[in-house]
Design a protein around this ligand. Structure first.
Ligand code: FMN
Length: 82
């Protein structure tokens, strides 16, 4: 589950950035190169490392307006009392 753990950590990083007044964006486009020998060397990573969540953080010119979201589809399970 290490990739999922990384994604959760990435979300926390992005939420913390927002709380600090900074913008962030997950740049999946960069993952291919960062996973190469040159990319890992630039980041000082071992050859066996695998980058998961390339995220840029910076000052925003303006915050985008909220976008419309679909309602979440949540299924609640209840423990049986029988
Ligand atoms: C796995 C992943 C990879 C992404 N890669 C890119 C990217 O390469 N370039 C980019 O501009 N945004 C990238 N994003 C950001 C998305 O385009 C989008 O802005 C973000 O998921 C927020 O979605 P929203 O517009 O519904 O709020 C990526 C997001 C995720 C989750």
């Amino acid at each position: 589950m290490s990739e999922v753990d990384c994604a959760l950590a990435a979300e926390n990083l992005m939420l913390a950035a927002r709380a600090a007044g900074l913008g962030s964006c997950w740049i999946g486009f960069a993952q291919g190169w960062l996973g190469t020998t040159d990319g890992k060397a630039m980041l000082g990573l071992s050859v066996s490392s695998q980058p998961v969540a390339p995220i840029i953080i910076g000052q925003v010119r303006s915050w985008p307006p909220p976008v419309t979201r679909n309602d979440p589809d949540i299924r609640w399970l209840e423990a049986s009392t029988a």
